[in-house]
Design a protein around this ligand. Sequence first.
Ligand SMILES: [Zn+2]
Ligand SMILES: [Zn+2]
Length: 243
Amino acid sequence: MKPLLQRVLDTLLPPGCLACDAPVDDDGQFCLSCFRVANFVSAPMCVQCGVPLPHGGLAGEGGLCPHCAARPPAFTQARAALRYDETAKKLILPFKYADRTEMARGLARLMRRPGALMLTAADVLVPVPLHKARLRARRYNQAALLARELARLSGRRCVPDGLIRQKHTVALEGLNVAQRQAELAGAIVLRPGFEVAGLHVLVIDDVMTSGTTAGACAHALLAAGARRVDVLTAARVADPRFE
Ligand SMILES: [Zn+2]
Ligand SMILES: [Zn+2]
C-alpha cells in the first residue's frame, strides 16, 4: 500500500509510461505495449564489457567478446539495462537533450536489476563527467542525475563531481578505438580531494558505446588506488560486428 500522500499525488498526476506517457501503475515503468518492444540486454553477453552477443559461441575463453579478449578494458565489469535501439532512444534523447530530467527516476529503476550485484558491492557511485562548457550549455549532467537516483534507491554514497573532464573532447562517434583513446587520454581526472584508495567504485552513464569513455574513467580511478571499478549504464549500443 502506498502512503496516502503518494496516492493523492497519483490521482492528480497519474504515473505515465516512461516511453509514451500511457497510464501505468507506478513511476518508472513501461506500459504493456512499450514493454513488449523494449529490448533489455540479456545473455549471451560479454562477461566483462556486457556487449550483447548474438550467440554464446562468439564469446571466447572466459566468456569474453573479441575486443575484451584482445585488449581488456580497465573496468572489471560493465552492465546496461537496455539495448540502445529506437525504443531506448525515445527515453534517452529527451532525458539528455530536452530537459526531461524527471526521467532519471524511471531510468534508474530500470538499471537496478542489471546493476544489482554492482550496487550492493560498490562503496561509491560516480557519474561520467561532462566538460564544463557542455555542462553550461545543457545545464545538467544526465549521468549525475542517474547516479544520484541510483544512490538514493540503493543507499549508496554518490559523489557527483568526483570525476572531472578537463579537456573539451570532440564527439567520439566515427572515431576508431585508437583515435577514441587518444582523444580521451588525460581528459578525465579525479577532483582534488576525491579519495578512492581501496574503494570499489561504480561509474554511471546514460549510454555506453565503445566503452572508451568508461575505460578512461576506470583508468583514472584505478591510478588513484581504487580497488575495483564497475560501470552501469541505462543503455548499451550493440556492436554491429556481433549482430
Ligand atoms: Zn508506453
Ligand atoms: Zn567485451
